[in-house]
Unconditional design. Structure first.
Length: 171
């Protein structure tokens, strides 16, 4: 099902299971050393479901070897996944984001934060960055430090709830 207990994918499945009225603790998670082994197990019929980054799934879906049931994103993605519904569209009140970020040490000055925000924002406007987003089917959601703080708070609450649902943390 995923590469580690309590991963973003595992939590997305737990929250989805709860959202549709089932017991998340009844999920049987199979831990693999990497996403490739999970995909191999799915393709071989050894597991029923895998939660994985979409970039791992698209080639197998294009070949007709798997069916992508849903994405945990807030809205449909483009390209090869434009016809794949979100969990919300299918009745599960779930949205889980796998954030990527750059984090500095405590005590950075306002000038330092501004420098890095400007530099990273400039990087997100480059053709190389857009190509990387397209290749990995990622969304460009640069928010700067204030937006990142808000997003991390939301994700912390989501992860705590999901881990509690799985019995891996206290709520």
């Amino acid at each position: 099902m995923g590469t580690s207990l309590g991963s973003v994918g595992h939590i997305a499945l737990a929250l989805t299971t709860k959202s549709v009225g089932n017991d998340s603790k009844r999920l049987r998670a199979v831990v693999f050393p990497a996403a490739a082994q999970g995909m191999t197990a799915l393709l071989g019929g050894h597991i029923d479901l895998v939660s994985s980054p979409v970039s791992n799934l698209v080639p197998h879906a294009a070949d007709g070897k798997i069916r992508i049931i849903a994405i945990a994103a807030p809205k449909r993605l483009g390209g090869a996944l434009s016809q794949t519904p979100t969990l919300r569209e299918q009745g599960a009140n779930v949205e889980v984001d796998n954030l990527r970020g750059v984090i500095g040490p405590k005590g950075l000055s306002a000038v330092q934060v501004s420098y890095w925000e400007t530099t990273l924002k400039r990087m997100t406007d480059t053709p190389e960055w857009r190509k990387n987003l397209e290749k990995n089917l990622w969304e460009n959601s640069f928010t700067g430090s204030e937006g990142s703080i808000k997003a991390l708070r939301v994700q912390f609450d989501e992860m705590r709830t999901g881990l509690a649902e799985l019995g891996l943390a206290k709520n």
